[in-house]
Design a protein around this ligand. Sequence first.
Ligand code: GLA
Length: 387
Amino acid sequence: MKAMVLDKFKELFGDTEGVNVYFAPGRVNMIGEHTDYNGGHVFPCALSLGTYAAARKRDDSKLNFYSINFEKSGVMESDIHDIKPEDAAGWTNYPKGVIWAFSERGMRLDRGMDFVIYGNIPNGSGLSSSASLEVLTGFVLRDLYGFDVSNTELALIGQYSENNFNGMNCGIMDQFASAMGKKDHAIFLNTADLSFEYAPLVLNDAKIVVTNSNVKHSLVGSEYNVRRNECETALKELQKVIDIKTLGDLSEEEFEANKSAIKDPVRMKRAKHAVYENQRTVKAVEALKNNDIDTFGKLMNASHVSLRDDYAVSCDEIDVLVEEAWKIPGVIGSRITGGGFGGCTVSIVKNDAVEEFKEKLGNAYKERVGKEASFYLVDIGDGPAKL
Ligand code: GLA
């Protein structure tokens, strides 16, 4: 990958004198879905898949962006004095958003740069290609321009840019997982205060398998923001009867005792998911610490049911993948992962069942949905790096 982005850089900009190469990972979330904007816990890990960049500062104020994934777009030009979101700017709205978010914090670019990227996260898979690009951009800016920011701040800057420059009201999970990833560990993050711990995720006789449905419904952005609003309204209703800051403050019992304050049945289901999913995440990490993978798997399955029925962010294709996975012996747990409406599932599968899993699930998916599924064995990687 390093040679690939460097070669392209040389082809486009003449030489590679003083060019550095960087990487930031995507993520897969094991459990704790749609809890990160509700003050709950999440449990993602960084992937060894992600986005690579070759970058160098320029002597003038020009910004030149090029993606090997979008060759047809060619070099997309901009200027450090002209940073605003534009439909025509396509993928460059992500790095531009990060440049803008740095300047909002008083860190301005004094000169432009040439920036060539390549990503090996499948497009639209829900494995956070955009968060990896945001964290990558922040990491590059820190290195090239000498900005004094921690990795946690890189995550927050990435989220801020996505919320305010790209109009996607995402939580902090994706950027945090990318910026703070640690090899062979998942991150148990409390999104209420960003306290976290690393938990080893080496599953002796099992593997984490990501299955891509290869579908992405266009609902994803709009419905995401709708869910956020539903949860915010439910929180306000609950706050009239119980003293809480977020839905993540509630136990299941407290929710049940106070839920009648929520005046709409759909909103009640959304809030129920947020509360129960947070509790499931805490229990799942506890089970993992006790080496109780079976309980971890059962909680993953319950998470899927809740995302499907109460939170309504699954879709037929994903439900087929999960339901068929549950039937296969050797599958410890399986659920949708990420924002929803397509993308991927994550499953824990016994080592000796992985081949059968791919074959049976691939066939069932083809038969019932008429599409090919893709499979990735998860290799949990580190956070961003200069290569
Ligand atoms: C998307 C968002 C995250 C998180 C997940 C759902 O990936 O970017 O912040 O809310 O959906 O868990």
